[in-house]
Design a protein around this ligand. Sequence first.
Ligand code: B12
Ligand code: SF4
Ligand code: SF4
Length: 369
Amino acid sequence: MKEINIINFLEDNDIKLSSNFKLGVTSLPSNINFEKKISEIKDKQLHANMKFTFSKPEYSGLADKFSWAKSALLLTYNYKNKTQPSMLVSPGYGQIARFAEEDYYLPLKNKILEIEKVFENLNVKFQSFIDNPSHYDRTFFVSSGLGWQGKSTMMLTPGSGPWQLLSTIYVDFNFKENKNSEFSCGECNLCQISCPTGALDIDYKLDSNKCISYWLQSPEIIPYEIRDAIGNKFYGCDDCLTSCPPGQENKIIVTFNENQRVNLQEIIESDDERLLEKYYWFYIPKRNAEFLKRNAIIALGNNPDNSTSEFFRNVYSKFSTHLKIYILWALVKDNNFELCEQLIKLYDSGNPNILEEYEKLKEMISLVK
Ligand code: B12
Ligand code: SF4
Ligand code: SF4
């Protein structure tokens, strides 16, 4: 059967792909299988007990999932020219990673819906995946000729570099396959040097236990050394993306981007429902706004302004023990251990968890001295 060029097919069906989208095709069956690689990361505990694709690697990593599928389409959305890198240093403010400054998955989802409609009208079977635990989104990226996997583990394309989100459409249609392209990071290791925690010290493998992006989405208590490394990050981490040459402009302009900036005191005082609504596209454990407030407290501890201690004095008693633990740490970061002791005395002299934290903070301070 004659293979059809996907771009011509989409044009014939009135679907336009703006320059933000890239589309590659892999013919199926492909004999690609990432089960072993995903399981290896899991066996070495580099996945930090996350579920996602790690729950069932034998399915999420399997490329040939559907016996009826003849092609896999890998559709990417490049958000690089929608946004700008932001060097945010204002005290009292936190930073959102570029991929999450707005819901950049939305244009990708909408484009998938448009393409799905065409298949539906033609009575062609399909199945799409985007950020779904049942499918490893990076599966067909290299085989579809879109680029390569970098040492940061990000999928990179010349021009857009790592600044792209990925999705897959399995379809019962023979599209012309793209050629696998020959690219590599070569001797570059800038992402590894730029990572503030050493999470990329092993080439091509991410240790999620050390990854800030992971911790800012985790329900676990964040260790002190990670809290320090988080700096002013409120959600996501872009350090290994910003440093990556294939994603950079020739001219580097350090800009200030309002969409990536959050007023941390405002977040901490926000109504929970409103906060969850405002950031509906964030991954937040159990959809519990407390975890966003935790992130904001850490970022404020690392990036205080001259009203920070007074602010924490005023709000401390309103919060759960979980958040109070972070507030006490943040006060220590703001060189105000005295206020820590006052607040504990006033509100929590009988709270064993707070008293335990107090002992740890005392030890931390004595180690620094
Ligand atoms: C779990 C997860 C995370 C975890 C773990 C990330 C990771 N690298 O595994 C955490 C929370 C840390 C995370 C962070 C981020 N994530 Co995330 N995440 C996912 C998710 C849900 C699953 C990824 C997965 O299965 N990992 C499993 C391991 C096995 O995969 P891997 O690291 O890619 O492993 C490969 C390497 O180890 C490689 N390898 C091993 N040895 C060798 C040797 C050589 C020579 C080579 C070439 C390769 C190689 O083989 C493995 C298989 O390919 C996907 C969505 C999905 N459903 O797929 C999004 C996804 C990977 N994330 C994405 C994004 C945007 C991010 C962030 C940039 C967000 C941010 N700004 O904070 C960061 C980037 C951190 C980073 N450097 O990867 C995008 C990545 C797009 C891209 N261009 O690659 C995805 C695909 C979501 C999407 N639909 O677009 N994420
Ligand atoms: S997202 Fe941040 S912490 Fe995670 S690997 Fe990249 S630079 Fe390191
Ligand atoms: S920074 Fe360099 S080594 Fe890291 S992913 Fe980008 S090109 Fe590869």
